[in-house]
Design a protein. Structure first.
Length: 278
């Protein structure tokens, strides 16, 4: 009797309740986002060392060739095997002599040879006291910092290169790339390079040179793409030798697979930057 009463009461409640039609919840349409490619058809100069050299050191295909296919850019290559940042200044001069202003962007991928040669880091600036006009007007003696351009230091070399490029290419995009991780390499009895777990002859690790290039972003108002991290290349681990020239004697130069990996990482980064400022 009690069960029957409960059932009747439940039926009455259901009948008295307002009934609303059930409609399916429609998700908003997701807009299709198309990423434009600002690098298509742009002439891009590549400066640097052996990894950029047209001689294909340790590889059959370079990262800038892959970038040409991925982004449709036109590469003009000036990188030279063994060059340090003081050599990049020579490359910049050759770029100016041969191309003039007929280039849209300049990418610089260098620094690992400066580390290997034990180039001191140096400072970005030197200071001296000078008289300067201030409100009043009046003259006041203050410290003034000026860019240090000592070619014997890493920061001085970078300052010289970027001063030259900023002067001669004020409307062009200039982008720096950090060196990738370093593995062991032996190119002969007089050219043996330990992996990055060892410092260079002046006691500095390669990380410190990478950090200096990152600092240049704010010193010189240029983008820096940290290829040291985003490429994912790590030759000190045996499983990553698949990306390098020779497992036993050259974990310094990426092979074609390594260059492809660098290029793919670079492609996504470059799409975030304008290829020119026109």
């Amino acid at each position: 009797m009690h069960i029957r009463y409960s059932a009747l009461l439940l039926s009455a409640l259901l009948l008295s309740a307002d009934v609303y039609p059930c409609s399916a919840y429609l998700l908003p349409e997701v807009p299709q986002v198309s990423v434009s490619n600002p690098w298509k058809g742009k002439k891009v100069a590549f400066l640097g060392d052996s990894i950029t050299d047209k001689a294909h050191v340790g590889t059959t295909k370079n990262y800038w060739q892959y970038l040409s296919e991925m982004l449709g850019l036109e590469p003009v290559v000036y990188g030279i095997n063994g060059h340090q940042w003081n050599g990049v200044l020579e490359q910049a001069g050759k770029l100016q002599a041969e191309q003039g202003g007929d280039v849209d962007a300049i990418l610089i991928f260098a620094g690992t040879n400066d580390f290997n040669d034990g180039v001191p880091l140096g400072e970005w600036y030197v200071e001296k006291e000078e008289s300067v006009e201030v409100s009043g007007p009046k003259q006041e003696v203050r410290k003034r910092r000026m860019l240090q351009t000592d070619d014997r230091t890493f920061r001085g070399r970078i300052n010289r290169v970027l001063s030259y490029l900023k002067t001669n290419y004020p409307t062009k995009q200039i982008i720096l790339l950090t060196p990738i991780h370093r593995g062991y390499a032996k190119f002969g009895d007089n050219n043996i390079q330990p992996d990055e777990s060892y410092p260079n002859r002046i006691g500095l690790y390669v990380d410190e040179y990478v950090e200096v290039i990152k600092e240049a972003a704010n010193v010189w108002a240029v983008p820096v793409i940290d290829l040291n991290s985003i490429s994912g290349l790590y030759p000190v681990i045996d499983s990553h030798t698949r990306y390098f020239h020779k497992e036993d004697t050259d974990r310094l130069h990426p092979n074609a697979d390594g260059h492809y990996r660098m290029a793919k990482a670079l492609m996504y980064q470059l799409l975030a930057y304008p290829a020119d400022f026109e």
